[in-house]
Design a protein around this ligand. Structure first.
Ligand SMILES: Cc1cc2nc3c(=O)[nH]c(=O)nc-3n(C[C@H](O)[C@H](O)[C@H](O)COP(=O)(O)OP(=O)(O)OC[C@H]3O[C@@H](n4cnc5c(N)ncnc54)[C@H](O)[C@@H]3O)c2cc1C
Ligand SMILES: NC(=O)C1=CN([C@@H]2O[C@H](COP(=O)(O)OP(=O)(O)OC[C@H]3O[C@@H](n4cnc5c(N)ncnc54)[C@H](OP(=O)(O)O)[C@@H]3O)[C@@H](O)[C@H]2O)C=CC1
Length: 500
């Protein structure tokens, strides 16, 4: 071993929720060992004010903090700010971009994910992941009159609701909005909020908070924002990331969203190519001259035959786990979604290497009521569980899968409504073998329950329903509800008392 190699028992890679939670847990459990957290970003994400609301529901704040705050809190935790360049799993070593080398006994990879863009090399196609990309989006939006948002998940739902002063064309593959998080019924419930002006929308609702201690971008001495030659590697944003950001375009319109349902992007081309098409000189002979001429820098042709010009395109089309190139050359087994495959002890296929958060894919036989989604809560839970598994391994103790993996729970906010998702909320994997009970009060609440063989296996709760804890219990207790089906969603019955 060379003289510069530093031997550390525990090394964690990634300063997002998963990595920081894992490193903190290891630091508390092994106070006399030094834990090293290596992260590419100058700020870390820390969970604060954690509260266990019920058996599986949790609430916490997330703070973006300077590295020093973490080191002050845990004297045995050292944070190295540099990207990992190479992992040599067989030798148990890591090399960082700044030329250092670390030797580990146990390693946990928490390198998160990056946006899965429609195309990687088009300057008009943006993804939103971290503070830098969100600020870039905000800057470009301030000059935009029309943007196209592609995707039907979390980011798209947030953007189409928040953006003002700019026309938004929202392109989704599905027949209803928000397919990743809810069904057509919930979409119907939410659509009026999308069309309403901000003043008419639902009142404020409480949920997990996100604060930044010093999220200011880096500036060079001349006061010009420094351009990065490598893709930005900050941690993922989270709930309310846009709360302190003005998402305002260059137009006088308040809020104008047009949804193109059931279609996908066929082609993206520049204004020069657009002119060639209009004059019939396009290489694709026989194609129709495109509609929607205008002084747009970029055009999007959809598979339904329509073409829209716009200032830029937001590709809100999911996440790819950050597994390379620093991991190449090792024999990691990847899951279908390209995440590092982990077992119920958060172990990858490489000896002594664990993984947690967005970078990994849960490949154990999961509970019938849990599924992985790349979310903040799961990043925290996985980071915490990984640390406990590492500790159990080192101390040669047995450890069970944590209880939080029994039932999927997610509390969030869409269109300013509180949204709680429980279990198989969209009847995932149930085929036709299920029954739905729905209660809806337009503008106030939407409640959907999924029953399978008389038992509650999932629920979508929109609005201040106050049902989450009771439903959580009904799901965890696997109670047969056949006899109570007709009363379950009766608004005149206090369901909590009913099952007390
Ligand atoms: C816009 C947006 C809004 C979101 N809103 C919500 C929400 O409302 N609710 C919710 O639950 N979830 C939300 N999410 C998802 C949530 O933010 C992520 O699931 C979660 O933060 C993932 O945490 P992580 O620690 O696994 O990864 P990340 O936060 O991505 O952290 C990865 C870390 O690894 C570091 N890293 C990467 N490569 C290297 C390397 N080679 N060497 C060293 N360090 C490296 C990075 O610098 C970073 O610190 C949102 C995500 C986005 C993008
Ligand atoms: N409030 C919350 O909980 C929020 C959570 N997040 C999280 O942040 C991460 C990133 O968000 P986001 O990018 O919205 O990812 P999501 O995974 O939430 O959604 C991606 C969406 O894009 C669609 N899609 C994928 N490929 C294409 C394509 N080529 N053309 C058209 N549509 C496509 C997907 O459809 P399909 O599924 O059919 O492939 C899906 O509707 C996710 O992990 C998300 O859960 C983000 C914001 C808010």
């Amino acid at each position: 071993m060379s003289a510069e190699v530093k031997t550390k028992k525990f090394v964690v890679v990634g300063g997002g929720i998963a990595g920081v939670t894992c490193a903190e847990q290891l630091a508390s459990q092994f106070p006399s060992d030094e834990i090293v957290l290596i992260t590419a970003a100058p700020l870390i994400k820390a969970v604060t004010n954690f509260k266990q609301i019920s058996r599986t529901l949790e609430d916490f704040n997330v703070e973006e903090q300077p590295i020093s705050v973490l080191e002050e809190k845990y004297p045995n935790l050292k944070v190295v700010q540099s990207a990992v360049r190479k992992l040599q799993g067989a030798q148990h070593t890591l090399q960082t971009e700044d030329g250092r080398e670390f030797h580990y006994d146990k390693l946990c990879i928490c390198s998160g994910g990056r946006p899965k863009l429609l195309t990687e090399d088009n300057p008009y196609v943006l993804g939103i992941r971290d503070t830098d990309s969100a600020q870039d989006f905000q800057k470009r939006l301030s000059k935009a009159k029309r943007i196209i948002v592609v995707g039907n998940g979390g980011i798209a739902l947030e953007l189409v609701y928040e953006v003002e002063g700019c026309e938004v064309i929202w392109v989704i593959k599905d027949k209803a909005i928000g397919n990743t998080f809810f069904d057509g019924g919930a979409a119907q419930f939410l659509i009026p909020s999308l069309q309403a002006d901000k003043a008419e929308r639902a009142g404020p609702c409480k949920r997990t908070r996100y604060t930044t201690e010093d999220a200011s971008p880096t500036y060079s001495r001349a006061g010009v924002r420094e351009e990065r030659s490598i893709p930005s590697t900050g941690s993922a944003l989270g709930p309310d990331w846009h709360a302190d950001m003005t998402l305002q375009g260059a137009q006088q319109v308040s809020h104008k969203v047009h949804v193109e349902y059931r279609c996908e992007v066929q082609m993206i081309y520049t204004s020069e190519e657009h002119l060639l098409r209009a004059s019939g000189q396009s290489p694709e002979t026989g194609c129709m001259p495109p509609a929607d001429s205008g002084p747009w820098p970029v055009f999007v042709q959809l598979k339904n035959g329509k073409t829209y010009g716009c200032d830029f395109i937001v590709s809100a089309t999911g996440v790819i786990p950050n597994t390379g190139p620093f991991l190449s050359g090792n024999s990691f087994v990847l899951a279908e979604d390209l995440g590092l495959s982990v077992d119920d002890h958060m172990r990858t296929s490489v000896a002594n290497v664990y993984a947690a958060g967005d970078v990994c894919t849960a490949c154990w036989e999961t509970s019938a009521l849990w599924q992985q989604m790349r979310l903040w809560t799961q990043a925290r839970q996985m980071g915490w569980h990984a640390a406990r598994c590492i500790a159990a391994d080192v101390l040669d103790e047995p450890i069970d899968l944590d209880f939080c993996f029994e039932l999927f729970t997610h509390i969030t906010k869409f269109f300013n409504y509180k949204v709680v998702l429980l279990g198989k909320f969209n009847a995932q994997g149930l085929g036709q073998d299920h029954e739905l009970l729905v209660r809806c009060s337009p503008g106030a609440e939407y409640v959907k329950v999924v029953l399978a063989e008389g038992r509650m296996v999932g629920a979508v709760l929109i609005g201040e329903t106050d049902l989450e804890e009771t439903f959580e219990n009904l799901m965890l207790n696997r109670m047969d509800l056949t006899a109570y089906k007709d009363e379950l969603l009766n608004p005149n019955i206090d369901i909590e008392d009913y099952f007390d």
